[in-house]
Design a protein around this ligand. Sequence first.
Ligand SMILES: *[C@@H]1O[C@H](CO)[C@@H](O)[C@H](O)[C@H]1NC(C)=O
Length: 249
Amino acid sequence: IMSSRTFFVGGNWKMNGDKKSLGDLITTLNTASLNDETEVVCGAPTVYLDFARSNLDARIGVAAQNCYKVAKGAFTGEISPVMIKDCGVEWVILGHSERRHVFGESDELIGQKVAHALESGLGVIACIGEKLEEREAGTTEEVVYAQTQAIADNVKDWSKVVLAYEPVWAIGTGKTASPEQAQEVHEKLREWMKANVSEAVADSVRIIYGGSVTGANCKELGSQNDVDGFLVGGASLKPEFVDIINARA
Ligand SMILES: *[C@@H]1O[C@H](CO)[C@@H](O)[C@H](O)[C@H]1NC(C)=O
């Protein structure tokens, strides 16, 4: 039996595209037949947030890929949730592994960003995931629990949070967690939520999978009980993203 949680498919364009190629992608998405029971959100580069929101159909959400932990001030190069909202954008991706491991963001900073983004009225796609050496050392649970704790400590209203489990070894590597590997971690995260947050939140929170999701593997991944959608990298820039959105159709 499928859960009552609305399937959620996020695209993370990362630092890719230009007005021409993203415009073409937006046209593809606007004119595609999309499962209307799936919530779709595209994560655009900061400079294209306004462009994406202005051009994407209203049925498709837009997310920023990062933001800072305060509303305004002397923080050269940063953007705030209030600015994101001012562009009509309703989501932000926080704690992505590239923010953690390329730009050195700590659990503490990510937690502060989550708190401020939620207080500002944005929805948050909060990312967690273990590195290859952590999986091989058998510390996957320990790592993702600690990351989830740092997020959970900063959440009052879980209805605006989607948790994205993205094993770092599967991001952009072409290596995908098997459906069983994804389900195993998602199920443990839901048990963690039940024990450490509440049963109601555990039942309702969307836990989505990220890491080399493609049109070819999305149906099997998306049929797992505790996989409530995807955060898609490379394939979200291709027409194939439509097949992923329609994984449960
Ligand atoms: C509750 O959280 C603690 C700390 O992360 C963790 O050790 C424990 O396993 C969690 N409970 C469950 C049932 O997951």
